[in-house]
Design a protein around this ligand. Sequence first.
Ligand code: 13P
Length: 246
Amino acid sequence: MKYIFGNWKMYLNTQQSIDLAREFAQLVQDGDGVEYAVFPNTLAFYDVAAELKNSPVATGAQNVGWTPQGAYTGSTSAFMFSDAGAKYALVGHSERRHVFGETNEDVRKRLEASIDVGLTPVLCIGETKEDRDADKTEYRLKKQLLKAFENLSLNGNRVIVAYEPVWAIGTGDACVPEEAQRVINLIKQEIKQYVDTDVPVLYGGSVSADNVVSYVSLPDIDGVLVGGASSKAESFMTLINNAISA
Ligand code: 13P
């Protein structure tokens, strides 16, 4: 297991984000063999990045605008996040796609913008419950991957993919680990068509301190992207302890 990422969504204010970042940094060590990152809200980003500066925990943007600078009210660009110390950027998170109506084309622009400024994008993909009920999981994932990766130039950058089934996010209805392993294996096969470097694939969707080991012990699951359970000190610290001692 190589990655434990915490997506704090819109759960914490600035002081809560700084406090949780500090607690996280005190718990983990460089030699853990794990890449840690948190994704605070945009307003808290700068303070959290400063708090984590000399720690093993990286900081990432929850979403990035694709134009570096300009008349785009309400947007914060990949360039600006990079300037403020970001290492990663979530791209195409389910809530961006389904609550804010972002399309595969928007996702592609954010992906390219992240790569352009040297951020490592964490491309989020996943099927809805309707897709799953209609037996369209593979169709949906392949389409999202095609739109993201076809003719994409990585320019030596890394990219990470997070498989987050929409129906598993924030519901407590986590994907059965064996099924996540099967789908992630399929995603890895598919990505090989487009990208000739190794692309780590994480699982996300109702990951908790209790179930994290069942995911990270499977061969193709390279780590976890945690939402709700990463936003509270007790559950996140227990989750990390369980994962690293597995
Ligand atoms: P939950 O862990 O709250 O289900 O959220 C997952 C997620 O969306 C991480 O990006």
